[in-house]
Design a protein around this ligand. Structure first.
Ligand code: ARG
Length: 592
């Protein structure tokens, strides 16, 4: 396996084989490699000697962790990554990296523009995210799903996988019967004229009221659902009109936030649901419960079943997910499936997984199933995020407000004067949407977070504004050194990256850590690691830039010396940051 530029992986491989050589009797030894905590002056450390010593003890072999550590070190293969190792304390192994390897690795990163690690086998991955519901407003929960899902999809695309981004919208079910019946009454010529249902929510409320109060209407609404689910043309047309209204609203949000999705709502699975439900019923896998047919999972700790067939014969959210998972595994040949929804749906997805395994079409050893849950969005009062008048916040209004606030922020900094109107517009949009996305992604997704424009637009601390500023400044360094892109290009090929100074060394190592962070998120699907990393990079860069001159000028301001080896470090920093921004769905700007 080629560990590429991933330091932790490279060291892991070296130490694994050293341990195997030194202690062949130990099966699957746990190799823990971590950057040094700062307690020791080394770069990385390996703490496996202690656990290996314990394992040896159980085999009746008497030794001590320090001797184990020494034996491991003896067996480390010749390599150009490690400069030296040393045993410290009770048996920690301190590792110093070779400057030559780090410098040439940063250079490789620079030449290849932070290319993805090569060792990933290409997989078919489905990311199911966003998924708002027709006729209902898209709310902040859907915004979280959209932002987190987009970032996860981008990560897998970067890693070279075949990613299918699916929008499993709520476009099916009983409520469509009443919407259609209402549409037929209010706009009888809806088939030829586009109906004015711009305010679909109000329309929904009206139809619901009729449904609750008028038994005749209720009956007709039910018959509309039946017609719709058998794809009767008039009902289908009415349903399409309703969906189009919502779809246009959703699309406005996606366009503004630069989100790409393929719509495949619950309705897509209708015939598959019929087939699956019939088969399950025929096979006797469903349990009858008060007229409904339910399915229990394998996992006994989940105390509720899935409702596969309702007492009126209709299907549910559960049925659509059962059919969708089957379609994704059997037809799409997905090898990994990721669902991004609020934490509240965790049980639903655990149950789905467990039921699918029971039915037999899902094999956990072949397909990886992840539920990416997230916490609620709170207002600054720490209560559910609402407008002042207590209504739920419309996403469009939220984005508009973001734009206004970003504009004010840039104006306050006097930026309007040194930008063209176009540049100002680009900067304002990048800041507004960047800060909304970043505030979401920088919090550990499983926790709730407080939505605050003031905090997210702060230009200090771990915010998009601070980072985007830092980035534009770093990008301008080569320009200030009067290096042309051609000169820069040839410098990259001929000059070694600076790693002598303590701050250069620290920065170079942290740049390579990018690959470790990516590796972590690939597994735990928590984008906040990337935000923390990005902030670390920016802080490390500031320390470096304070101590290490890149350009030296004389008293008249004329450039006397350009330290090209440091300019390269600046460029590498900018490239790594740019890659992080891309993975988080943020747009960078050349001026702000
Ligand atoms: N429409 C659902 C909601 O608003 C989310 C759907 C998530 N995806 C899925 N396959 N169930 O809560």
């Amino acid at each position: 396996m080629d560990a590429g530029l991933n330091i932790r992986k490279n060291l892991g491989t070296l130490f694994s084989s050293a341990v195997k050589d030194a202690f062949p009797s130990i099966k699957d030894p746990l190799i823990v490699i971590a950057p040094s905590s700062g307690k020791f002056p080394s770069d990385y450390q390996c703490n496996s000697a202690l656990s290996i010593n314990a394992q040896l003890k159980t085999e009746g072999i008497k030794t001590n962790p320090r001797d184990v550590a020494l034996k491991i070190i003896e067996k480390i293969a010749n390599n150009n990554i490690i400069k030296k190792t040393e045993v410290a304390g009770p048996g920690f192994i301190n590792i110093w990296l070779s400057e030559t390897w780090v410098a040439s690795s940063v250079k490789e990163l620079l030449i290849k523009d932070v290319e993805p690690p090569k060792n990933e086998a290409k997989q078919k991955i489905i990311v199911d995210f966003s998924a708002p519901n027709i006729a209902k407003e898209m709310h902040v929960g859907h915004l979280r799903s959209t932002i987190i899902g987009e970032s996860i999809a981008r990560l897998f695309e970067y890693l070279g996988h075949d990613v299918l981004r699916i929008n499993h919208i709520g476009d099916w079910g009983t409520q469509f019967g009443m919407l259609i019946a209402h549409l037929q009454d209010r706009f009888p010529d809806y088939v030829t004229v586009s109906p004015p249902i711009a305010d679909l929510q109000a329309f929904y409320k009206e139809s619901k009221q009729r449904f609750d109060e008028d038994p005749e209407f209720k009956k007709r609404a039910y018959s509309c659902v039946v017609k719709l689910q058998s794809f009767e043309p008039e009902s289908t047309k009415a349903w399409q009109l309703i969906c189009d209204v919502s779809r246009k609203e959703f699309q406005k949000i996606y366009d503004r936030l630069d989100i790409k999705l393929i719509e495949r709502g619950e309705s897509f699975y209708q015939t598959r649901m019929e087939k699956l439900a019939k088969q399950l019923k025929d096979d006797g896998i469903l349990e009858e419960d008060d007229g409904r047919y339910v399915l229990w999972g394998l996992n006994k700790s989940i105390t509720i079943p899935m409702i596969v067939i309702k007492s009126d014969g209709g299907f549910t959210y559960d049925t659509s997910d059962l059919a969708a998972l089957k379609q994704r595994i059997e037809e799409e040949k997905a090898e990994r499936i990721i669902y991004v929804t609020d934490q509240g749906q965790e049980t639903h997805f655990m149950l789905l997984k467990s039921c699918a395994e029971k039915i037999g079409y899902y094999d956990p050893s072949k397909v990886r199933f992840d539920h990416v849950g997230f916490g609620a969005v709170l207002g600054e009062d720490k209560k559910k995020f609402k407008t002042r008048s207590g209504e739920s916040v419309r996403l469009i209004d939220l984005l508009d407000e973001g734009i206004k606030r970003a504009e004010a922020k840039l104006e306050e900094k006097g930026r309007r004067d040194d930008m063209t109107p176009e540049e100002f517009d680009i900067a304002k949009t990048a800041v507004a949407y960047g800060c909304i996305k970043y505030a979401d992604l920088s919090h550990n997704r499983v926790h709730e977070y407080v939505f605050s424009f003031d905090k997210m637009l702060d230009d200090k601390g771990n915010t998009a504004v601070y980072l985007l500023y830092a980035y534009t400044r770093i990008r301008s360094i080569a320009r200030n050194a009067k290096m042309t892109p051609e000169q820069l290009k040839s410098a990259i090929e001929t000059t070694a990256v600076a790693v002598e100074h303590e701050k250069e060394w620290k920065l170079a190592k942290i740049l390579l850590k990018f690959y470790e962070v990516i590796d972590t998120i690939n597994d735990d699907l928590c984008p906040h690691h990337l935000c923390e990393y990005l902030y670390d990079v920016a802080c490390c860069f500031t320390e470096f830039y304070d101590k290490c001159y890149c350009i030296e000028k004389d008293s008249t301001g004329e450039i006397k010396v350009v330290h090209t080896n440091r300019i390269l470090l600046c460029e590498a920093t900018a490239q790594v940051m740019s890659k992080c921004f891309h993975l988080l769905g943020l747009k960078t700007v050349s001026k702000m």
